[in-house]
Design a protein around this ligand. Structure first.
Ligand code: GDP
Length: 443
């Protein structure tokens, strides 16, 4: 999403107001904001990338011309443009900008006209002239005083939603540095989430009780393990369970979604005696589709009956069953553990670190394209009248892991070849334990 407007309408002030941080330099000299500034705007959990374009002007100077061109280019490729004007008089520059905006492919859907400096009722009287301009969405704000900002955010959210443009929405965790891994422990009540949290943190953070009662106190924490910082998120279900009489912490997909949003990886905890529930399956699928790491964890192995060998055989059977239930998660590590005794917890931590490493892994483009050559040599792309070709590949993202392949024809590109590429990326490039998203683009 981009903010566009002539100099001095208040782009930087609006940008700072929306992003909630002083990122842009505000200066009364027109044209002083030259660099494209980037920030992220919080729309109640969703994050949107916002670009301050540097503005649009009719001035003839080389720099001004460049800034204008660049601004328009950014607007063209943006999912949504905030066109900023000020109340009390449209200028020639505003009009020129409108002309350009009207030529955008998705006008008026992808443009919101934001009228700034509406500081009070007096200025509101001047809003009439903007209604006839043909913009689909209008917002009156005072960037300097914060008026109308909440409404503008709501409007942005709606516009992006309506346009189905989720591409600009960044998952929360992309703001963070890679230094901390965020972990969500999710699972049915009584599977042992609080016990595991206590075990991991090495202290009694969550009170554990026989009955799955809960209170509202948030519980989470941070631990260091082999040089990494793991933050265990305060997810529904891990609570200070001091008042047993309170309602059962229920286990719903909706509540898990938020945790998935915030997490880099999810530990899906199950009771080894109960196995997989429908919710477990749904939550695991959601996590994988969001590109999160998933670790399947079977807790309470200490309760498996019988002598050691027998219990082991029993566990193997259970593990096979769990695998069968999660066909989409064949890559996810499966760990059997006992939160109560601590057995298997080291393996869980080791898997967490490994999954975290893979999520954050980046393969240099040169190395990737060499590998692609090799893969294509081993399994030739089919010929269907015309040669199907991969021109170029690049890793477009880490955590979530994303790859983009440029091909000569989308139509001719076989689906099973895409699966082949995905498997090779996993096997050869060190992404064996995480979801990998591979897209094609025609070029
Ligand atoms: P939560 O609802 O998922 O947070 O589950 P809790 O951590 O409160 O655990 C529920 C019950 O299972 C408690 O009585 C725990 O003592 C017990 N429990 C948790 N983990 C284990 C385990 O590994 N082995 C055994 N035997 N009991 C466990």
């Amino acid at each position: 999403m981009a903010v566009l407007g002539r100099p001095n309408v208040g782009k930087s002030t609006l940008f700072n107001r929306l992003v909630g941080r002083q990122r842009a330099i505000t200066d009364p000299t027109p044209g002083v904001t030259r660099d494209v500034l980037e920030g992220e705007l919080d729309l109640g959990g969703q994050r949107v990338r916002l670009l301050d374009t540097g503005g649009y002007t009719l001035e003839r100077g080389q720099l001004q011309r460049e800034v204008s061109q660049r601004s328009l280019a950014i607007a063209t490729s943006s999912d949504l443009t905030l066109a900023l004007v000020e109340v009390g008089g449209l200028t020639r520059e505003d009009q020129a900008l409108f002309d350009r905006l009207r030529r955008l492919p998705d006008f008026p859907d992808k443009v919101v006209l934001v009228i700034n400096k509406v500081d009070g009722p007096k200025q509101e009287l001047g809003l009439g002239e903007f209604q006839a301009l043909g913009f689909g969405s209008l917002a009156a704000v005072s960037a300097a005083h914060g008026r109308g900002i909440a409404e503008l955010k709501e409007l942005i959210r709606k516009c992006l939603e309506r346009a189905g443009r989720a591409g600009d929405l960044l998952p929360d965790h992309q703001r963070r540095s890679d230094a901390e891994l965020h972990l969500a422990i999710i699972g049915k009540p009584n599977t042992g989430k609080s016990t595991l949290l206590n075990r991991l943190l090495g202290e009694e953070r969550a009170l554990v009780s026989e009955s799955p009662g809960t209170t509202r106190d948030p519980v989470g924490g941070t631990l260091r393990y082999r040089g990494r910082t793991l933050r265990i998120l305060d997810t529904a279900g891990i609570r200070r369970k001091s008042r047993v009489s309170e309602a059962v912490e229920y286990y719903s997909v909706n509540r898990a979604i938020q945790s998935i949003e915030q997490a880099d990886l999810v530990v899906l905890l199950m009771d080894v005696r109960e196995g997989v529930s429908d919710q477990d399956k749904k939550i695991a699928d959601l996590a994988v589709r969001a590109g999160r790491g998933v670790i399947l964890a079977l807790n309470k192995v200490d309760l498996l009956a019988g002598p050691k060998a027998e219990a082991k055989a029993g566990l193997r059977g259970i593990e096979e069953k769990v695998r069968f239930f999660f066909p989409l998660l064949d890559f996810a590590p499966l760990v059997a553990l006992s939160a109560a005794t601590g057995s298997g917890v080291d393996r869980l931590l080791a898997e967490i670190l490994e999954v975290g490493r893979q999520l954050q892994r980046r393969v240099p483009t040169g190395r990737l394209n060499l590998a692609v050559k090799h893969w294509v040599a081993e399994y030739t792309l089919p010929v269907r009248g015309k040669n199907v070709k991969i021109r170029y590949a690049t890793q477009t993202g880490a955590n979530p892991v994303r790859f983009l392949f440029f091909v000569n024809s989308l139509r001719l590109f076989p689906q099973r070849y895409l699966s082949y590429l995905k498997n090779r990326i996993r096997a050869d490039l060190g992404f064996g334990k995480v979801p990998v998203d591979v897209r094609l683009r025609e070029s």
